[in-house]
Design a protein around this ligand. Structure first.
Ligand SMILES: Cc1ncc(COP(=O)(O)O)c(C=O)c1O
Length: 481
């Protein structure tokens, strides 16, 4: 093959211009480095191929494009030791092989936990809007005076205003390592204010069982799980700490406090008060409200939660607990959370009056997180309902009546994160066992303070896990077992 020689006459002016441009950039760069002039970041430095972000971005893109047959992932750190062909994908349940190329036969549907993996396709479609790069020098100090990084604080406040789910102006914010840590901070705050009286944590069933297990790690006597003895119940000698989970896990119900004791202190867990799961009927304004990134964007592994607090003293005590328990919250996790919330906010700032008649992938393409998650849950719920409504053995035991949603500006049905199923027949003593025999690993109602006549099924797992659940439910209903 004959190589074409560049024609010196036609290209020389271009070459000259390009050389002059490069020299100018070099001179500008040298002046910045040696004389420290001008703004710190410019278009040129952002787009320079030799910027420090290059290796990190190449590694991240390599991991993202690795072939896992659409059923698994690899992460950049899996390549740190160099041997690329030794790396195997982390496969979704029911797939195996180094590229997740094999289907596991007769695979159970494991839906007991509620890992919010349904958000993965959204974030894959929005990698550019959600990525952060973290240099080695980023916020390495304790930063003892600054617990909540300013960018995250701004994004949390802006997102609540945009969604209209919580009053945030004039309120204090405490960031925690997930709601789990903030709940511990709340027990500690109430017990510090209890003047030596015992504090009893009360949640009417069915409830999120992790809180029961958490309280039971504390020595009884200071903070104790459940109502106190009957003789103490009507006295002033104890402090009830009611946890109101609304919408509730496991049944999605909207709750208000149930205890009438005059000294009741209340913590409101509003993890699921987002438009994906329930209609937003107005901004909540409770004294102590908890939210979590785990349910907002699906990033449960980042361990970011926040408390919105009215009272300054409560704020100080909650903050003190977080400081003494973990010396604050990982700056890297906060940065990532800020970027995720920012991308959600920016998507909505670009969009105007978008309806709900589209499909999740289209909404992901438009960077509309709540539309994506709401329509995904809606279609999952439609399929579950269709299956269960023909059954007189199993009942979906939760209220999903439609309501007007201020955020979507239309009437929508709640799409809870869990299906709460009741086994109706007298002889079906353990719904949990019936589902297990049908290859569905659910969470039994006994763990949620009820009986195993109820089971909880996750509606927020990954797409393949949900499809597997549907297949098993269909088989169970058809078998008449
Ligand atoms: C009601 C409720 N609160 C809190 C949590 C845990 O939140 P985090 O991941 O922020 O600790 C969960 C997790 O499933 C939950 O369902």
């Amino acid at each position: 093959m004959v190589q074409r020689q560049p024609s010196s006459t036609s290209t020389s002016p271009l070459l000259g211009a390009s050389l002059a441009f490069n020299l100018a950039v070099l001179a500008w760069w040298a002046s910045r480095v040696y004389f420290n002039v001008g703004p710190a970041v410019s278009e040129t430095s952002i787009h320079s191929k030799d910027s420090w972000t290059r290796t990190a971005s190449v590694e991240a893109e390599f991991a993202e494009s690795f072939n896992c047959s659409g059923r698994g992932v690899v992460y950049a750190e899996m390549f740190f030791q160099g041997a690329h062909d030794a790396v195997s994908c982390i496969c979704e349940d029911c797939f195996t092989g180094s590229h997740c190329e094999h289907v596991v036969p007769n695979c159970q549907a494991i839906v007991h936990s509620g890992d919010p993996l349904m958000f993965v396709p959204y974030w894959r479609q929005n990698s550019a809007a959600s990525a952060v790069l973290i240099p080695g020098w980023y916020r390495i100090g304790y930063e003892l005076t600054q617990r909540l990084i300013p960018g995250l604080e701004k994004e949390i406040r802006t997102l609540h205003k945009l969604v209209g789910n919580a009053v945030i102006d004039g309120r204090y914010l405490v960031v925690g390592t997930g709601e789990m840590q903030l709940m511990m901070a709340a027990y500690s705050t109430v017990s510090m204010e209890a003047e030596g009286l015992p504090v009893n944590v009360v949640i009417p069933p069915p409830y999120y069982d992790a809180y029961e297990r958490q309280v039971k790690t504390i020595k009884p006597g200071t903070v104790t799980w459940g109502m106190p003895s009957l003789t103490l119940q009507n006295t002033e000698n104890w402090i009830p700490l009611e946890v109101v989970i609304s919408p509730n896990n496991p049944d999605g119900s909207i709750r208000t406090g149930a205890l009438k004791h005059p000294r009741t202190r209340t913590v409101y867990d509003h993890a699921y008060y987002w438009p994906h799961y329930t209609p937003i009927t107005g901004p909540l304004d409770d004294d102590l409200m908890l939210f979590t990134l785990s349910k907002t964007t699906g990033h449960a592994g980042s361990r970011i939660g926040w408390a919105i607090i009215k009272d300054h003293e409560v704020y100080q005590k909650m903050q003190l607990f977080v400081v003494l328990n973990s010396v604050g919250v990982s700056h890297e996790a906060q940065l990532r959370a800020a970027q995720l919330l920012r991308s959600a906010r920016e998507g909505y700032q670009k969009a105007k009056n978008v309806g709900l008649d589209g499909v999740p992938t289209d909404y992901a393409a438009q960077q509309l997180l709540f539309h994506f998650a709401h329509t995904k849950l809606r279609s999952r719920w439609d399929r579950m309902n269709q299956l269960f409504q023909a059954s007189n053995r199993f009942l979906i035991a939760q209220d999903r009546d439609p309501k007007y949603c201020n955020f979507f500006k239309e009437i929508v049905r709640p799409g809870p994160a869990f299906a709460w199923i009741h086994c109706q027949r007298e002889e079906d003593k353990s719904c949990l066992e019936i589902f297990k025999e049908a290859g569905i690993v659910a969470r039994g109602g006994a763990r949620c303070g009820m009986t195993d006549r109820y089971v909880r099924l996750s509606m927020v797992d990954g797409d393949s896990a949900f499809e597997n659940l549907i297949t098993h439910v269909q088989a169970l209903l058809m078998s008449g077992r």
